[in-house]
Design a protein around this ligand. Structure first.
Ligand code: HGY
Ligand code: MN
Ligand code: MN
Length: 417
């Protein structure tokens, strides 16, 4: 590893990193210590404006694109070479933690500042990206900004998606873009030399094995579906069973059958029904409409395919007098990260003195889509008890800084290669 890479890593400042993370956590702060900073919301806009101000203070170059992904660049000596990139997301779950996504964005920003403080002008530029709508809590699908950037989905299919209040994505998006009027727009799929994302593990393995750094081998397959059941609203007191088109009872039969399908002795399948709407939601009206999401994950494509092909038939089997519509929202096959990038992360961690562990990611990440465009990897750091997507999510400053030291060394090594 070049001395410049290590010199840059040594300039990573733990207090500066922590202060910026806590400053970002003020935006959308919740009473129990978490954040609600959902995609393209006012809180998301404030978060973008805050990091843009920090970037302008350091003369970094800033650009955006038509889904409001944010690009913050430390310009290298060879401005025509594609940048080495890092990034993650600023949007959160409705009751998310301070570190999911924000650590990778603020940590990437710290890497740029540390390189600048070290007086290093890398050969290729080094770029931080804040991807729009990774979580997909407000507007489905998730990993929207990175999948649009990678060309895996088209923006025209997203613009009319509505949130729970009926706000269309295109309206929230135009407000967000209007909040950064002076930024140049760049096209999707702009070239990248390599991409490394830093993220909290969101699981207990690093903490349990007392490792500082997770060298991520890949991401398990992640599939989302939306199931809509249309029955008929009717009076709870006067409608006999034989006349009921009860959307909720149909949903219950479907979900019980899905639970059977997803049952796995090895406890490897991850099956979640996270969003469940039942209308009109009044005690004495028979539910006329139910909408719920299916999130299932597994590391092996053949298991995924076997489950995937059975989901719609199960839903149709229980439809009865109701109408059932099944739509696929996300289909992210398992991802394997670049071997050379993994080797580089291992070398950087060892050289700096952080023990490390090769491990897969149970959570989905923007790096999954970016891995189709360039050599990609991820760096994990421990989080307390592996708790995430929960206000109690927490991580130690010493662990966070170890991850960013490792990231910084990798970015400079790649930029000077
Ligand atoms: O759902 C996920 O895996 C990611 O944390 N959004
Ligand atoms: Mn995340
Ligand atoms: Mn998340």
């Amino acid at each position: 590893m070049q001395s410049e890479s290590i010199k840059a890593a040594k300039n990573v400042d733990q207090d500066r990193l922590w202060k910026r993370l806590m400053s970002m956590a003020e935006i959308g702060a919740l009473p129990n210590g978490g954040v609600n900073r959902q995609a393209l919301s006012n809180e998301d806009i404030l978060a973008r404006q805050r990091i843009i101000k920090w970037a302008k203070d350091l003369d970094f170059q800033i650009e955006t694109d038509e889904i409001a992904n944010l690009f913050i660049r430390l310009v290298g000596s060879n401005t025509s070479a594609p940048p080495v990139s890092t990034g993650s997301h600023l949007d959160s779950q409705p009751r998310g933690g301070k570190f999911d996504g924000a650590f990778g964005v603020i940590g990437g920003f710290e890497a740029l500042e540390a390189i600048r403080c070290a007086g290093i002008k890398p050969e290729s530029s080094i770029e931080l990206i804040a991807w729009t709508n990774e979580e997909g809590g407000r507007f489905q699908p998730g990993v929207m900004g990175s999948s649009l950037f990678a060309g895996d989905i088209s923006i025209s299919d997203q613009l009319d998606v509505k949130d729970a209040d009926g706000v269309k994505l295109k309206d929230a998006l135009s407000d967000t873009l209007a909040s950064t009027p002076d930024l140049l727009l760049r096209p999707f799929k702009s070239p990248m030399k390599a991409y490394i994302e830093a993220h909290i593990e969101q699981g207990p393995i690093l903490e349990e094995t007392k490792n500082k750094i997770g060298v991520v081998t890949g991401i398990q397959g992640l599939y989302w579906y939306g199931v809509e059941i249309i029955g008929q609203e009717a009076h709870a007191g006067t409608t006999p069973e034989s006349n009921r088109h009860d959307a909720l009872q149909t949903a219950i039969s479907i979900i019980q059958d899905l639970k059977q399908l997803m049952h796995d002795e090895t406890d490897t399948v991850r099956f979640t029904i996270g969003k469940f709407d039942c209308e009109p939601g009044s005690p004495s009206t028979i539910p006329g409409r139910v909408y719920f999401t299916i999130d299932f994950r597994h590391p092996e494509q053949k298991v995924i395919d076997n489950i995937h092909r059975k989901i719609t038939p199960i839903c149709n089997k229980h439809a009865g007098v109701c109408k059932v519509n099944v739509s696929q929202i996300i289909d992210c096959p398992p991802v394997h990260f670049d071997e050379d990038i993994m080797e580089l992360i291992k070398t950087a961690a060892s050289t700096i003195g952080h023990n490390h562990l090769l491990m897969p990611s149970g959570a989905g990440h923007d790096a999954g889509h970016i891995s189709k465009l360039c050599p990609t990897g991820m760096i994990f750091v421990p989080c307390k008890g592996g708790v995430s997507h929960n206000e109690l999510e927490s991580s130690e400053p010493e662990d966070l800084v170890s991850g960013i030291q490792t990231l910084t060394a990798c970015l400079v090594e790649l930029a000077n290669k």
